[in-house]
Design a protein around this ligand. Structure first.
Ligand code: SAM
Ligand code: SF4
Ligand code: SF4
Length: 366
């Protein structure tokens, strides 16, 4: 299949990669730091308190992020998702959200968070124009929650944050649960029970071999179909269609009308064929796949000839020259893309005998 650039009949730009997949979504990591140490993401023995995370000057500034978003929107991006690390640790995040929701062409701005700061931040995020929020919550039991996040924590606080987000009008709200065998797998039905008939959509995520530092253990993977069958045995469910092309979750509804749940099965039912997502890491590197080994650094374009007092000048960052260079970089990057790591996982691992080098998820943003 040919990659390329065209306009659809409604004048929507369509930039396609080498497998014919259009560019639609941009995931923006705003920080690589986190206040949790989830064992499947940032194991504490490798990410101690003194870990050298990105320094403030290495992070893209808000005007720099906006410049990349404007270029991406010009090429067809319509949905943005703010992530990290823990995005709510980035100071002034609501200011970024305000900027991004005002970019013409942006239809949807979402945020994914561990929920620990939500009781304080929910109102501010909504006032800034945020459309949607996903909260990661793997257990309702204090002991299991603390074990997974490797800190003394209280899932009750995350539930309070979810309520605060609902009260602020951030709907539909999603709760993401990464299911690990023998750790929280027995709780999947309880999680479904907790959020049935509440308008909160729980999505069960398969534990993945992202990055290399968390030392993936295949025995912890629980195929989504096991969880689906367990829930179906309690409350019958049926599949419903996707909301849009490229949606990652398989959606189901309870037959008794108690709402919706979803399954994200990247390990057992990969969806590379409809992957429309580009990722921008907090240091300005672009990645075209969650399992990428290398990125394309945009900072040389964003910071070219910028004296320190001009660094964030919108006149410079949104000038035709910088916009053209960003657009060229994005087009070149997306049209060269042929990633399908999850579909070819087996071959990749067996083919070379070499471990596949992978950028960490907390760095590029999940
Ligand atoms: N800190 C925020 C949070 O936890 O929601 C945003 C960033 S986090 C990297 C994004 C998502 O990646 C979370 O839902 C997290 O559970 C998920 N994640 C991280 N490591 C994972 C793994 N090894 N397998 C599956 N999901 C993972
Ligand atoms: Fe932090 Fe999210 Fe990674 Fe957990 S999954 S360590 S909350 S970035
Ligand atoms: Fe997209 Fe890469 Fe995941 Fe496949 S493995 S769905 S290409 S991010």
């Amino acid at each position: 299949m040919e990659s390329g650039y065209a306009r659809s009949s409604d004048s929507h730009p369509v930039l396609t990669d080498r497998l014919g997949r259009p560019l639609r979504d941009l995931r923006i990591s705003v920080i690589d730091q986190c206040n949790f140490r989830c064992r499947y993401c940032m194991p504490r023995d490798l990410f101690s308190e003194g870990h050298p995370f990105l320094a403030p000057q290495q992070l893209l500034s808000f005007p720099e992020i906006e410049a990349v978003v404007r270029a991406a929107v010009g090429l067809g991006v319509r949905k943005l998702k703010i992530t990290g690390g823990e995005p709510l640790l980035r100071a002034g995040l609501d200011q970024l959200i305000k900027r991004l929701t005002q970019v013409p062409g942006v239809e949807d701005v979402g945020l994914i968070t561990n929920g620990s700061q939500l009781t304080v931040a929910a109102e501010r995020l909504r006032a800034a124009g945020l459309h949607r929020i996903s909260v990661s919550l793997d257990s309702l039991k204090p002991q299991t929650f603390s074990w997974i996040t490797d800190r003394v924590g209280d899932p009750g606080k995350i539930l309070d944050g979810i309520e605060a987000a609902k009260d602020a009008g951030l709907a539909p709200l999603k709760v993401n649960m990464v299911v690990q065998r023998g750790i929280n797998s027995a709780e999947a039905v309880d999680m479904a029970a907790h959020f049935r008939a509440t308008d909160v959509i729980v999505r069960f995520i398969e534990y993945m071999d992202v990055g290399t530092r968390h030392r993936y253990q295949s025995g912890l993977l629980v195929p989504s179909r096991e969880i689906r069958d367990a829930i179906h045995a309690h409350w019958p469910i049926e599949p419903i269609g996707s909301n849009y092309f490229g949606e990652v979750a398989d959606r189901y509804r309870y037959l008794d009308g108690a709402g919706e749940i979803g399954f994200i099965s990247s390990m057992t039912q990969p969806f590379c064929g409809s992957c429309t997502r580009l990722r921008l890491a907090a240091d300005g590197k672009l990645y075209s796949c969650l399992f990428a080994s290398h990125g394309r650094d945009l900072r040389p374009i964003l910071r070219r000839d910028a004296s320190s007092h001009k660094k964030n000048d919108p006149l410079r960052l949104l000038s035709p020259e910088v916009s053209r260079r960003l657009e060229e970089a994005l087009v070149g990057f997306w049209t060269a893309r042929d990633d399908r790591y999850s579909e070819g996982r087996q071959e990749q691992q067996e083919g070379t005998g070499q471990p596949h080098e992978k950028v960490e998820m907390y760095h590029m943003g999940g």
